[in-house]
Design a protein around this ligand. Structure first.
Ligand SMILES: [Cu+2]
Length: 120
């Protein structure tokens, strides 16, 4: 009989933990994702706040890389389903391309996380 409350507490804890995990996941989803498909980065150019982590996912059936034009970052060759993430901490415009297919280009525009009104 003494076990039942323990099970109930464990279940409640599991439910709470799952509930607590959900907002964290959606917060991550708020960070920007770029899909690579048909030799194209989508979105091709976008603006984020400083501190945003951008994740690229290769949905193409050939390998691609994400290589910063200023050599700030460079991924390994991403196979289908592979991901690469980079956190942009400094405002600026970051052009990048696929080193395997240099005609594939994209850009991330990073604006200040605070004081963006002053920047505009
Ligand atoms: Cu490529």
């Amino acid at each position: 009989m003494a076990r039942k409350p323990c099970v109930a507490i464990a279940l409640a804890a599991a439910v709470l933990a799952a509930a607590a995990a959900l907002p964290a996941r959606s917060a991550q989803a708020a960070d920007t994702e770029v899909l690579i498909d048909q030799f194209t980065f989508t979105p091709q150019r976008f603006t984020v706040k400083a501190g945003t982590t951008v994740t690229w996912t290769n949905e193409d059936d050939v390998p691609h890389t994400i290589a910063s034009s200023s050599k700030l970052f460079k991924s390994k060759a991403l196979d289908t389903g592979d991901k690469f993430s980079f956190t942009f901490t400094t405002p600026g415009t970051y052009e990048y391309f696929c080193s395997l297919h240099p005609h594939m280009t994209g850009a991330v525009v990073v604006e200040a996380a605070s004081g963006s009104n002053a920047a505009r």
